[in-house]
Design a protein around this ligand. Structure first.
Ligand SMILES: Nc1ncnc2c1ncn2[C@@H]1O[C@H](COP(=O)(O)OP(=O)(O)OP(=O)(O)O)[C@@H](O)[C@H]1O
Ligand SMILES: [Mg+2]
Length: 411
């Protein structure tokens, strides 16, 4: 019998744009059949500041996607963003009984609860738990302890969390837009990693940098697992604002300068920059523009470097950085990144999907595509509620999926 296709949806609620990607999944194949973007208001630095405008933007965006695909969307993997998102390394130990005891699912849930207890403050919501290794009676490096024998079980893991009020507000926005989030919100940059890195890069060590309008986020993967996620509240809109302020021009002209004329590498040419508005002509000295851009980009990459250092990965990522988000479209930003953080750097080109127009194979769609791919993974492993408790019986998770082991924990 032919396998039935199912749908997967990712919604990226950004500061500048809401982006949605809808795919159909048949076996291993994911084809995109609908996508769209709509400018957002009511978001500041990645977090919800007003409830109505972002909900309206999601509504409009879904109308586009539904128009394109003919599919009504009521559930999606929804991304979360903002400097409140963070990850911490945790560990825990439990006694599971006598030496003959066989590790069961209750033990797995209990060790996760014990490890998390007290590590995530009461005003934060746990978004994901990423186990690195289980240690059974002192024997480390165990990835799957279920069914093994032992008396003492230890866990080393990473827990990703976000401020509860910011999650609540995003939930309200989804509710107004009649969207049920499929499980906990996922940090946008973590989702983007699915679309712009492969498993061997995540095994070797890679950093994904989402250069958004108002935020810059970093997700570090090593040994196949998420090691760190962090967000700084500075983004590409700040480059535009600086240009408008220093050059004493309007933001619209500043944006055109940035998008059309700026290179992150200085001194390629010394021709003046000329922007036209109707009959009016605005002329700017190339050096003035480049100095402004350089100063802000340096600040952004210093922030990235601080996060790399905090995570213990400064100059220690063999696969380098993959840059996504609209800000990654600034000309030569990869060269600038390479120089600033002393790592390889490339501009993301989303992959892992078929049947799409070139329209979405762009850095700014990486998050929405990754969320959609994540929705598919979640569909095959089950949905969670906000407290990470499973609602339904799960099917066996796909090996190697980012969520497989988390899913097992909360079965
Ligand atoms: N060609 C380009 N060159 C330089 N910058 C660009 C280009 N195209 C878009 N941008 C910038 O990308 C930014 C928007 O990026 P993006 O759409 O990823 O943001 P967002 O997801 O809405 O915001 P955030 O992730 O911070 O919440 C804007 O600042 C815009 O000026
Ligand atoms: Mg974004």
């Amino acid at each position: 019998m032919e396998e039935k296709a199912r749908f997967a949806v990712g919604i990226d609620v950004g500061t500048n744009f809401v982006r949605t990607v809808l795919g159909t999944v048949k076996g291993e194949e994911v084809s995109v059949i609908g996508y769209g973007e709509v400018p957002t208001e009511g978001m500041r630095r990645g977090v919800v500041k007003e409830l109505v405008p972002p909900a309206k933007a999601i509504d409009e965006c879904l109308a586009k996607v539904e128009g394109m695909s003919g599919v009504k969307v009521d559930r999606a993997n929804v991304g979360i963003n903002g400097a409140h998102i963070g990850s911490v390394k945790i560990d825990g130990m439990i006694a599971v009984g006598v030496a003959e005891h066989e590790i069961n699912e209750d033990d797995i849930v209990r060790i996760a609860d014990t490890a998390i207890a007290g590590k995530v403050p009461a005003n934060r919501e746990t978004l994901a738990l990423v186990p690195y290794e289980y240690i059974l009676d002192g024997q480390g490096g165990i990835r799957e302890p279920l069914g093994m024998h032992g008396a003492r079980l230890e866990l080393r893991a990473n827990v990703v969390s976000a401020l509860t009020p910011d999650c609540e507000n995003l939930r309200k926005v989804c509710e107004s837009a009649a969207i049920e989030p499929h499980g906990p919100f996922e940090p946008g940059v973590v989702a983007a990693a699915r679309a712009v890195t492969n498993s061997s890069q995540r095994e070797n060590g890679v950093g994904v940098v989402d250069m958004g309008g108002a935020t810059t986020s970093l997700a570090i993967f090593d040994e196949g697992e998420l090691q760190f996620v962090g967000v700084i509240p500075i983004g590409s809109n700040d480059v535009t604002k600086d240009l408008a302020t220093v050059l004493a021009t309007i933001p619209d002209v500043a944006e055109e300068i940035k998008v059309r004329f700026v290179s992150a590498v200085k001194g390629e040419t010394d021709r003046d920059i000329v922007v036209k508005r109707g009959r009016e002509e605005f002329r700017f000295k190339r050096k003035d523009v480049e100095d402004v851009v350089e100063a802000r980009l340096e600040e952004i990459f210093e922030g990235i470097r601080k996060m790399l250092t905090a995570a213990g990965y400064d100059r220690r990522l063999p696969e380098g950085l993959v840059l996504c988000g609209g800000g990654a479209k600034l000309r030569n930003i990869d060269m600038f990144a390479r120089k600033q953080v002393e790592l390889a750097a490339r501009i993301a080109k989303p992959s892992g999907i078929i049947g799409v127009s070139e329209d979405i194979l762009k850095p700014e769609y990486a998050t929405a595509i990754g969320l959609m791919l994540g929705d598919n993974e979640r569909a095959s492993i089950d949905s969670f509620d906000g407290n990470n408790k499973a609602k339904k019986k799960q099917k066996k998770p796909k090996e190697g999926s980012l969520f497989s082991r988390i899913a097992k924990l909360f079965k």
